[in-house]
Design a protein around this ligand. Sequence first.
Ligand code: HQG
Length: 184
Amino acid sequence: MSSKSGLVKTSKFLSLILRHAPEKIGLQLDTNGWAEINTLIEKAGIAGNKLNLAVIQEVVRTSEKQRFAISDDGKRIRANQGHSINVDVELNPATPPDILYHGTAERFLPSINKQGLIPGKRLHVHLSRDRETAARVGSRHGSPVVLEINSRQMAEGGNEFWMSENGVWLVKSVLQRYFKVLSS
Ligand code: HQG
């Protein structure tokens, strides 16, 4: 068993490599975002990040957000969502609940009110099922505010929704007319 802080560190490293920058260790993901676990371990080791199969499996198993998936044959790993690099993780289109939430930082509001919600560096805008989760996501960026998203109207208006393997709702963008800022 690895220590909690060791697991968090490995999880952050895997997020960086599998969502954003595989080239940092000279790794290639396939079009669906998968990496060979053996190659990942080998290249991470050369780059000075010691990994082994047991630690990787423990991170995948214990991630409370289920950030990663291991393929059925046990040989490959990928991040379930959150990518900035263009991979197709075969997201499932799904009908959203009537209301979803997005947590952000107060200082982004002027820009969000002007442009709507945009994915920034990632492939999608991330939406949460409940207000508490959204507030937590927002607090990563500063003083948090939560937007209530009228997801039913968005879906009726032809916007596609996907649900990632780990239950995060994803959209391409959110126009101003579909959200309101909740008072805290
Ligand atoms: C904001 C974590 C200015 C947006 C979480 C957000 C999540 C705008 C920031 C996942 C904007 C992007 C994603 C606009 C959006 N003007 N700012 N027009 N539109 N923004 O980190 O949603 O722990 O890329 O509100 O739990 O914070 O990594 O996205 O504040 O599910 O697994 O631009 O990351 O999951 O920030 O977080 P991010 P996010 P993990």
